[in-house]
Design a protein around this ligand. Structure first.
Ligand code: FEO
Length: 578
């Protein structure tokens, strides 16, 4: 392996590039976006991201993906130092989202004879986008292109990871698998590979939950195809570090997370329209909320869906969520056809949800709602109306709408399970006593609060404690590693009104603190004025415990308001609910 190439360029917005030989005649060119903002739902951990592009040189030359348009100057400076773009024979498009294909048009201007290689839907999307003739080659699962010098590229279908157009590319010579979004992480560091597994793990998991979890069945299908390959030495991702040191560990995590989701008893379809307004991000936020309740999600892009697939999916699911159709434009007809199929195939009393995409051409939402309701369907959450560029608060409300839908589907089953278990073991567990607390958090424009009782001190130096947070709690998103919050301790004989307030079921996006006296902690989170004590906390690590996250946090500041008062204590009958 050669040393890191000296092509790093710093700009005001902390955009840099780097490159490295990662295999025989194979180079990675990474665009490092250190400060990418968090308006995208999956940028929860504030570690920026990278856009990775790859150059493979046999007798012929292939480029796998490009970069985001914001890297136009930096990317082409780097590329030109490595090769004259006119010498590139193939551009493999793993996925057409603009963070990977944002510079295709510019590249074609420099290399008009190159052949763009991609899935059928990727090529048709690019034809729309570029709006000028270019050479292309549609590839299907198992197709190969021989670049010479042993570099035989084989293509694998990987639909829905993350759009329906996704393909993986496997180089039989270097045993490198190019996977674009899959197995990636929004984790911007100088390290090119996955040496530091511990540092990478929280971002890797969060990214999976946001982008891949809602497509768990597609993940498993793609991994079946990967299992047929003659060995994978490196996974060349589109975001974050490349996987080389922990390939098996990290890919098997995808498999086990996806298997757990794919075996869920209930399933919801989420119909969106890729590259139309904010449909993609909004649908992901809803899907993430649904997934948090243990309900499986099947995403379907209406751009690629055929009527038969839509009908089969509707027959298979307990509920569906759909974007409004655009009134005009290339995908208006397909979306309308899908809507008619859904209306014809939907079952009486099936739950549904509707969202606008803010694509500039959304049809009015109310007639669609009326049509669904008149067909006997039940609205699972108040329809999501988007009147401006979506804020973080809107994405949070979308996620909470998804949680509401998932909880509606699982409510009966959960109550049945709780009632069915009332044995000695469960009664014994119920004898574990605990205090009563309110967690409060603010992150960006988001706020959250939760009544907690599974709280216990866990370390002396530094001072730290753990709290168990159910996976479907809205505040869970605000308690990622590095996040801060306040632990408010409730007072015995004076906790009922705070407890009842925070036990309430809040509608998606509602202000949890309306009518509650608070002041701001040093870390920005609300301190409840009527709490007995408070502690300012920072999340250090998280452990997954089936249906809860066990969150370990260090305490930095704390104070007791009434030194002679005691903490409110919670006693239960059985250990199967709170
Ligand atoms: Fe990284 Fe779905 O684009």
């Amino acid at each position: 392996m050669v040393a890191l190439s000296d092509h790093t360029v710093q700009t005001e917005n902390r955009l840099t590039t780097q490159s490295l030989d990662i295999g025989d005649n194979t180079l990675v060119m990474r665009s490092l976006d250190w400060d990418r903002d968090r308006f995208d739902i999956e940028f929860g951990l504030q570690n920026g991201t990278t856009y990775n592009s790859y150059l493979i040189q046999g007798d012929q030359v292939a480029l796998v993906d490009t970069s985001h348009a914001k890297f136009q100057d930096l990317y082409f400076k780097l590329l030109n130092k490595v090769i004259d773009p006119a010498q590139i024979n193939y551009l493999v498009i793993s996925h057409t989202e603009p963070d990977h294909s944002g510079l295709v048009k510019d590249l074609l201007a420099l290399a008009p004879n190159l052949v763009v290689v991609g899935a059928k839907i990727a090529i048709s999307f690019l034809e729309e986008l570029i709006n000028a003739p270019f050479k292309s080659q549609i590839v299907k699962n198992g197709d190969q292109i021989d670049l010479g010098k042993g570099h035989v590229l084989e293509f694998l279908n990987a639909p829905n990871l993350h759009w329906p157009d996704t393909i993986f590319t496997y180089d039989h010579h270097t045993k490198i698998l190019y996977t674009c979004d899959a197995f990636g992480a929004h984790f911007c560091k100088d390290d090119i590979f996955d040496e530091d597994l511990e540092a990478l793990s929280p971002d890797y998991r969060f990214y999976y939950e946001c982008l891949m979890g809602p497509n768990s069945r597609s993940v498993l299908s793609a991994m079946k195809r990967m299992d047929q390959l003659p060995g994978i030495d490196t996974i060349a991702t589109g975001h974050g570090p490349l996987l080389r040191h922990h390939v098996e560990e990290l890919t098997e995590r995808y498999r086990s997370w996806s298997q757990a989701k794919a075996t869920a008893e209930q399933n919801v379809a989420v119909f969106y329209l890729s590259d139309y307004g904010y449909s993609d991000r909004i649908s992901q936020a809803i899907a993430r909320g649904i997934s948090k309740t243990g309900v499986a999600v099947e995403m379907m892009d209406l751009k690629a869906a055929d009527v038969q697939e839509v009908q089969e999916l509707i027959n298979d699911v307990a509920a569906f969520v759909i974007t409004t159709a655009p009134a005009a434009g290339p995908h208006a007809t397909t979306t309308q056809a899908a809507l008619s199929t859904i209306l014809a195939a939907a079952k009486d009393k099936q739950f549904f949800g509707v969202f606008e995409s803010y694509g500039g051409n959304d049809q009015p939402i109310d007639p669609l709602l009326s049509r669904f309701k008149e067909s006997g369907l039940r609205e699972a959450f108040t329809s999501i109306r988007v009147k401006d560029t979506p804020s973080e608060a809107l994405y949070q409300a979308c996620e909470e709408s998804g949680v509401d839908l998932g909880q509606k589907l699982t409510l009966k089953e959960n109550i049945k399970k709780i009632k069915a278990i009332d044995g000695d073991l469960e009664k014994a567990l119920g004898r574990l006593s605990s205090g009563l607390y309110i967690l409060t958090a603010v992150k960006g424009g988001l706020t959250g609060a939760m009544l907690a009782s599974w709280v216990t001190q866990a370390s002396l130096e530094p001072l730290g404690f753990t709290v168990a947070v159910a996976k479907d709690r809205a505040i869970e998103s605000l308690m990622q590693v590095g996040d801060v919050f306040v632990l408010n301790v409730l007072e015995t004989d004076n906790y009922a009104s705070l407890m009842n307030h925070f036990l309430k079921r809040f509608p998606p996006g509602a202000d949890r603190f309306a009518g509650i006296k608070t002041r701001q902690a040093e870390n920005g989170s609300p301190i409840l004025a009527d709490a007995l004590a408070y502690m300012e906390c920072k999340v250090v690590s998280r452990m997954e415990c089936s249906d809860h996250w066990l969150v370990y946090s260090e305490v930095t500041v704390g104070k007791v308001s009434k030194p002679d008062s005691l903490t409110a204590v919670h006693h239960r009958q059985v250990g199967t609910y709170y």
